[in-house]
Design a protein. Structure first.
Length: 112
């Protein structure tokens, strides 16, 4: 009986019926820390909150500096080189086209 009521509630709830499906293009990561690694460049650290990101993807950095674009040069997770990072993973994203001064803690990385 409770399962029926739950299903009925979900069917009648306009918020749930109009919910947007998240796909890989909805990559989002909030920057926890930023550093410069010699020979590599600017690295943003944080947890992937949704979606996936791959090496070579164009991303947008949204924050106090405005909206900047960059390319993902490399991905790393606890000294493991990745081609793709998924939701829930804490990663380092090596960014091409921006300096450490242009990225701050709290900025959001989004797939372009």
């Amino acid at each position: 009986m409770f399962e029926f009521l739950k299903r009925k509630k979900d069917e009648d709830d306009p918020w749930l019926s109009g919910a947007k499906q998240v796909d890989d293009s909805d990559f989002q990561m909030t920057v926890d820390n930023v550093m410069t690694v010699s020979g590599r460049g600017t690295v943003a650290l944080g947890e992937v909150q949704r979606g996936t990101v791959c090496v070579g993807d164009q991303i947008v950095i949204s924050g106090r500096q405005g909206r900047l674009t960059a390319r993902v040069r490399a991905l790393e997770k606890f000294r493991e080189i990745l081609d793709t990072a998924h939701e829930g993973e804490y990663i380092g994203v090596t960014l091409e086209g921006v300096s450490k001064e242009q990225v701050e803690k709290g900025d959001i990385l989004l797939k372009r």
